[in-house]
Write a protein that binds this ligand. Structure first.
Ligand code: FES
Ligand code: FES
Length: 173
């Protein structure tokens, strides 16, 4: 039961080749093989959103995607959101400023979803924000500060590269 699939993908702008067993989930590839442990695992059933990554710029739950399925695609994890010099993205800055995280377990998924939303809709309504984050569970904050952080970014001039959501997207040849 150990047939392995050779896959090539772009992770945070860097081309990676991996040989993965057919049943390996993307979250496990990212965490265990590539050391990108900012992708958190909560429910492992596609429910909580903690494992959210961007697949070609769109939020996806990496616990229910097989690694073999992302062959030829671009993945952005939370590690790819900040600038190469470590500077936080506007969304990350706003989360800090608004105290939109406590334990931080949900935060990578929230930041990636928020960045993808702001890349798509520069001035989202409250309803659009709630819809974009509706599948991400936070046990700590009550969501209000998270929404306020996203509204801050939308209201600032910096939102054009809000979440780094397009890092690496479409770069696989
Ligand atoms: S760990 Fe993937 S959705 Fe909960
Ligand atoms: S900050 Fe703890 S789960 Fe959201």
């Amino acid at each position: 039961m150990s047939s392995r699939h050779e896959i090539e993908l772009v992770v945070n702008g860097e081309k990676r080749r991996c040989a993965v067993p057919g049943r390996t989930h993307l979250a496990d590839l990212l965490r265990d093989e590539l050391g990108l442990t900012g992708t958190h695992l909560g429910c492992e059933q596609g429910v909580c959103g903690a494992c959210t990554i961007l697949l070609d710029g769109e939020p996806v739950r990496s616990c229910i995607v097989l690694a073999a399925q992302v062959d030829g695609h671009a993945v952005t994890t939370i590690e790819g959101v900040s600038a190469p010099d470590g500077a936080l993205s506007p969304v990350q800055e706003a989360f800090c400023h608004r105290h939109a995280l406590q334990c931080g377990f949900c935060t990578p998924g929230m930041v990636l979803c928020a960045g993808a939303l702001l890349d798509r809709v520069h001035h989202p309504t409250r309803e659009q924000i709630d819809e974009a984050l509706g599948g991400n569970i936070c046990r700590c904050t009550g969501y209000v500060q998270i929404r306020e952080a996203i509204e801050d970014v939308a209201n600032s001039a910096a939102h054009h590269h809000a979440g780094g959501a397009t890092v690496g997207a479409g770069e696989v040849r």
